[in-house]
Design a protein around this ligand. Structure first.
Ligand code: KG4
Ligand code: ZN
Length: 346
């Protein structure tokens, strides 16, 4: 443990400016500076604003993460190279290069989705809580504002992409339907909270019921929600919103669970790993756990809420494994990869 490498990581794939210090799998500091209020008026992330704020905030956020960890000597700098918004990724990468030069230490480029996938391994400062005995193959289910993916993990660094969303991501659909219901931005968590007290009495169709694959689609469901609201013009009372949110969430869960069950049947994994913002949803986790129990499968996800949504500590966890295998990138060749993903299963 003492010789675990100390890594300073940066994550700027979208609109959170994040930095952390990890020692091996231990998270020593984890700073997330959310830009949400700066984008809220536009109802989505504005690339130019995100770029400007990342540039302005990065030195402060990195300095805070370093100070909070007690200013240890750093062994490497890690940074998200993709997937994400190009102008946002660029800012993190360029600052990470500056730091690697300043400290003369290696630079590690990390896949943001691998960060989410490995986030359940993250330990506390004292080395508690993290997933200690992984069982492979593992089935990764990554559900966020930008992605909805099923990944087969045969070991660290050995991944097959099994299914992706063909249009919107699950979190994006939550946010868009929340906006239709005037719940603000990003309204996904508020919609999920409202759904808890509602009854799913409105017919919103489960997506892709006839496609026997592992891909996802949420735009049809979003359109069905919009068409209902435009056609019926209901008064947006608390009761209506709760029932409508519950109807939407019920269709989302049916879709997610059908794909998850199919992937379990096809690939017989030994554990399930969850990551990405939508996994913050306690009803979803309960639904997934019920399914996993049918198969006696353990389900793992980060116990610390801050590690479920976008953060730099998960980048540090992925970077730790890359550090061990000396998977460094030289400054000149590290570039943003906005469409980076896991290799597709053959
Ligand atoms: O992983 P994340 O922080 O960022 C991306 O990489 O996209 O995920 C953010 C997404 C947002 O769309 C947000 O609305 C959604 O996660 N989200 C939720 C909940 N909490 C966050 N969606 C449903 N239920 C929640 N409780
Ligand atoms: Zn993410």
């Amino acid at each position: 443990m003492k010789n675990d490498p100390t890594i300073l990581s940066i994550e700027t794939s979208l609109d959170d400016t994040c930095a952390s210090v990890t020692q091996g799998l231990r998270v020593i500091s984890n700073v997330v500076s959310s830009q949400t209020s700066h984008h809220a008026a536009w109802g989505g992330t504005v690339p130019d604003i995100a770029k400007r704020l990342h540039k302005e905030w990065l030195p402060k956020v990195v300095d805070l993460a370093h100070r909070k960890s007690g200013h240890p000597k750093l062994d490497a700098i890690a940074v998200t190279r993709g997937p994400g918004l190009a102008p946002s990724l660029e800012q993190g990468i360029s600052y990470a290069k500056e730091l690697a030069l300043k400290y003369s230490i290696p630079l590690i480029g990390v896949n943001h989705m691998e960060g989410h996938l490995l986030s359940a391994f993250a330990q506390t400062k004292n080395g508690t809580l993290g997933l200690a005995s992984p069982l492979y193959p593992a089935l990764g289910f990554l559900i966020s504002g930008g992605h909805t993916e099923l990944v087969l993990m045969k070991g660290i660094g050995d991944y097959d992409l099994l299914g992706v969303t063909l249009d919107d991501a699950a979190g994006e659909a939550y946010d868009k339907v929340a906006r239709m219901l005037m719940l603000g931005y990003p309204g996904g968590p508020i919609l999920a909270e409202m759904a808890k007290s509602g009854t799913p009495k409105y017919h919103l169709p489960e997506p892709m019921t006839t496609r026997p694959d592992l891909n996802f689609s949420f735009s049809g469901l979003k359109t069905a929600a919009r068409q209902y609201l435009e056609r019926e013009k209901p008064e947006l009372t608390k009761e209506f919103i709760q029932d409508f949110a519950s109807s939407f969430q019920s269709a989302v869960f049916k879709h997610l669970i059908k794909r998850l069950r199919r992937a379990i049947d096809l690939y017989t994994p030994h554990m399930i790993l969850l990551g990405g913002g939508v996994v913050s949803n306690t009803s979803l986790r309960e639904t997934i756990r019920n399914l996993a129990n049918e198969y006696s499968l353990p389900v793992h996800y980060p116990r610390n809420k801050k590690l479920i949504t976008d953060n730099a500590a998960m980048i540090g966890i992925a970077a730790y494994h890359q550090y061990l295998s000396k998977d460094f990138t030289d400054l000149a060749s590290l570039d943003r990869l906005p469409n980076l993903n896991f290799p597709k299963a053959s």
